[in-house]
Write a protein that binds this ligand. Structure first.
Ligand SMILES: CC(C)(COP(=O)(O)OP(=O)(O)OC[C@H]1O[C@@H](n2cnc3c(N)ncnc32)[C@H](O)[C@@H]1OP(=O)(O)O)[C@@H](O)C(=O)NCCC(=O)NCCS
Length: 205
């Protein structure tokens, strides 16, 4: 995994692959800091930003089986509540914030991926990483920088493998996977009851 180029400050040092598969070390969900970004918990004050991001078709068009934009700010408030409810030491939904001016950039997630075949509500063994950025913040490398920090966090916590799935047409997200050094494994229908392009990152041994 090529993550070192992103200047991950303390997370880069903590990402040394010292744990084997199933030997998971529980570390508390924490703020992650990179050269330009801070990843932190979502708060109620972020609802305007979240709504402004997910009300846009260019953000939502590749997300979910039947993509739809947010119509009401109350949906953003409820979404923040659900994100905060994922109280897990390793998995999380992080708000990405720029360090210099605290401007919000987007969302970074690490969570069990829903498997296809009517088990969508059961957690799969596989853990996925994902990114949603506000279009005003595209084109700066923020998704890749934040993704590298969360991969480092995942491997530091003892996960041996993290996957990402994208809609076949979502070339921007596939480019993030490739910039992160994730390996392309082909198309699959194993997750989300739909055809996705599948990428994986493995902890270096
Ligand atoms: C997927 C998504 C996060 C990608 O955003 P992005 O801005 O293209 O990705 P990055 O943040 O990694 O930025 C990379 C771009 O920044 C440019 N860049 C500028 N400065 C940079 C820097 N200092 N470092 C790295 N890249 C930089 C890169 O050249 C690249 O641009 P290019 O694609 O034109 O070559 C964004 O399109 C998005 O939020 N889409 C909607 C939600 C979505 O579909 N999510 C994925 C679901 S699977």
């Amino acid at each position: 995994m090529g993550t070192a180029q992103w200047g991950l400050s303390r997370w880069e040092r903590r990402a040394r692959p010292t744990r084997r598969k199933r030997d998971v070390t529980i570390v508390p969900m924490d703020k992650l800091t990179t050269a330009r970004l801070q990843l932190r918990s979502w708060s109620d004050e972020d609802a305007d930003f979240l709504f402004d991001m997910y009300r846009r078709w260019e953000v939502q068009r590749f997300i979910g089986l039947e993509p739809r934009v947010m119509a009401e700010r109350t949906e953003a408030v409820a979404s923040i509540e659900r994100r905060r409810a994922l109280d897990h030491p390793v998995h999380g939904f992080w708000a990405i914030e720029r360090l210099t001016d605290h401007v919000l950039v987007g969302n970074l997630l690490l969570k069990p991926i829903p498997v296809s075949g009517g088990q969508a509500l059961l957690p799969a063994d596989d853990v996925e990483i994902g990114w949603h950025l506000h279009p005003d913040r595209w084109g700066h490398g923020y998704a890749t920088e934040a993704g590298a920090a969360v991969l480092a966090h995942a491997f530091s916590a003892g996960l041996s493998r993290v996957i990402a799935v994208t809609a076949p047409e979502n070339v921007a997200s596939q480019a993030v996977c490739r910039r992160l050094g994730m390996r392309y494994l082909g198309e699959t229908r194993a997750y989300y009851d739909t055809t996705c392009k599948l990428f994986e990152a493995e902890m270096e041994s």
